[in-house]
Design a protein. Structure first.
Length: 585
């Protein structure tokens, strides 16, 4: 398996001596069991466990013994060799009586406080104390050496698939959002262990995929394959991940996690507890226990300050918005693989960004506001997207993003509570990655795709000119101050530009506002003496040349250098003028 949790791990070795390793082991082991216990429903807290106490009493017991660490360390520093707290059985009985009447939240709070104090005590150890076994023995005995003694009780408290699902998902959400918070470019960076974050994501996904297969086999015939060699398995994952797109790797993780959840949903209580809780152990080792093992490593790359968060937002926004620009407005009425229109998807993205300002004050205080009805919100936006104009959908999304940028920019320059970071990540750049694939799938890729995109917008553009009539091209002016004849001349100029580039193979770069204005003025000026009838004929001729030139590039994917410029010279350009002319898109 993949983790260092006792009874579920293939890793071994002696206890750590270096301070950072000691702190990491304390934190990782605590996080795994703490999140699992915290995810269980309140009804489980008073159920009797195999050890003879309830879950509440067990947590109180863990909290008490962890709370003895600071005093024991001070006692050792004073020269005393006494590391215990008297009669263990009596202490356990006393603690059980004490917590029995407390609330679930109060008992968990005790444990959280005791753990924080234990970490502070461990952090205070000097190098010589770290080398002295009496100090680290006490810490180990009340933390990562103690927790495994209660794994059987935890396993018994997980009664059915719903409990197991809740335990896995509670830890998954924070882990997955922390990965999302790193951002796609950040996944190429190195972790403290020398992997890239992309390798780590692939590693987590591979173990989840392997575990889902083992669970399926166990459900089918009651057997499970022998464990993989962890080092060989991990090395193969890293090798397979080299050079891959980070988005694909994240998608694989999400899909593997979905397969584990599907398998958990099919487990009976008898299967969960069979073979001394094998299912619980393998799920723990490769889901919530595994997340705990890597959480500190992942969290080290999570943005903490407003400027760091803004940088990640912009990294995620640019490719998302660039792909949307390149797609244009007309295709936004089409249905995606998710079952809604692209306009509906943009409304969905905008809607969740719009909720950030109201929720942010809660998150900055480490709290959560009321939970919205996610399905209802998404359904409403999907339905509204059917009638909303594409132009309005894009405008709304841009405004929502700007509002979040302004909000984060205004935050004080200090660390932000992770709940606030999670909110921004989940509704901005983490969300952009999730839906960017829908936009990418709609982008034209082959020369035939580009011809279809051109023709689709050309028809309403040409129809608008036809409606003006040849006699009306030189009279009324558009919102930009041009006559319709000027607009035609301007459009001819840019179509001729892309034709020249495709035929010569030389793409013009370095366009500026000044050079674009000069190009437009030249196109209009050279057509000043051309009559309305002749200029419309020229427009149609240049359009036919454009289509012939695109088709002449041959079948298959269009070269990227043309694919990134052609849209702006043709169908994206015409869409701008259609909006200007009052044609709804």
């Amino acid at each position: 398996m993949s983790t260092t949790i006792p009874a579920t791990s293939e890793a071994g070795g002696k206890g750590p001596r270096a301070r950072n390793d000691l702190l990491a082991k304390i934190s990782q082991s605590h996080r795994a069991i703490r999140e699992a216990i915290g995810a269980l429903p309140a009804s489980r807290w008073d159920d009797p466990l195999p050890a003879g106490w309830t879950l509440k009493e067990m947590v109180g017991h863990l909290a008490f013994w962890e709370s003895t660490i600071p005093a024991a360390i001070e006692s050792l520093r004073a020269g005393s060799n006494r590391e215990d707290s008297g009669d263990v059985d009596a202490e356990n009985a006393r603690v059980g009586d004490e917590v029995r009447g407390l609330s679930r939240e109060a008992v968990l709070g005790r444990w959280d406080d005791a753990h924080a104090e234990a970490l502070a005590a461990a952090r205070s150890l000097t190098e010589s104390e770290l080398a002295e076994h009496s100090f680290t023995r006490k810490i180990e005995g009340e933390t990562f050496g103690h927790y495994p003694e209660h794994y059987a009780d935890l396993g018994a408290a997980i009664k059915d698939k719903d409990d197991l699902f809740a335990v896995v998902q509670t830890a998954w959400v924070a882990f997955r959002l922390a990965i999302g918070a790193i951002g796609l470019p950040g996944l190429e960076g190195k972790t403290a262990t020398g992997w890239t974050y992309k390798d780590l994501v692939a590693h987590a996904g591979a173990w989840e995929d392997r575990t889902a297969k083992r669970l399926e086999e166990f459900r089918a015939n009651g057997t499970h394959a022998a464990l993989d060699d962890a080092d060989e398995f991990n090395a193969a994952v890293v090798e397979r991940t080299r050079g891959r797109d980070a988005r694909e790797v994240i998608l694989e993780l999400d899909q593997a996690h979905g397969r584990i959840l599907d398998q958990i949903a099919k487990l009976s209580p008898e299967q969960i507890h069979a073979e001394d809780g094998w299912v619980g152990a393998v799920v723990a080792g490769n889901t919530y226990g595994h997340y705990a093992e890597h959480f500190d490593e992942v969290f080290a790359a999570v943005p903490r300050r407003p400027d760091e968060l803004l940088a990640r937002m912009r990294e995620g926004w640019r490719p998302f918005r660039r792909a949307l620009n390149r797609l244009g407005l007309t295709p936004l009425a089409e249905t995606t693989s998710a079952g809604w229109t692209l306009k509906g998807m943009l409304g969905h993205v905008a809607n969740w960004m719009e909720k950030i300002p109201a929720e942010m004050p809660n998150r900055l205080q480490g709290k959560r506001g009321p939970t919205p009805d996610v399905d209802a919100e998404n359904g409403r936006e999907a339905e509204a997207g059917k009638t909303r104009s594409a132009h309005d959908a894009v405008t709304r999304q841009d405004a929502a993003y700007k509002t979040v940028v302004d909000l984060v920019t205004a935050l004080p320059d200090r660390d932000i509570d992770f709940l606030a970071v999670r909110l921004v990540v989940g509704e901005t750049y983490g969300h952009f990655v999730e839906h960017g694939a829908e936009i990418e799938a709609a982008l034209p890729k082959t020369t035939a795709d580009f011809v279809r995109s051109i023709e689709r917008v050309w028809k309403p553009f040409r129809a608008t000119i036809r409606e003006r009539g040849r006699s009306g091209l030189g009279g009324a002016r558009t919102a930009t101050g041009w006559t319709y004849k000027d607009l035609i001349a301007h459009s001819i100029g840019w179509m001729e530009q892309t034709i020249r580039e495709m035929r010569s193979g030389e793409v013009s770069t370095g366009w500026t506002k000044e050079t674009i204005d000069a190009f437009n003025e030249r196109s209009v000026r050279t057509h000043e003496l051309v009559g309305p009838e002749a200029i419309v004929d020229e427009l149609d001729t240049v359009y036919r040349n454009l289509i012939a030139t695109v088709r002449g590039l041959g079948p298959g994917p269009m070269e990227e250098r043309f694919a990134t410029t052609l849209p702006y010279y043709t169908y994206l350009h015409w869409e701008e003028h259609l909006v200007e002319l009052g044609v709804p898109l």
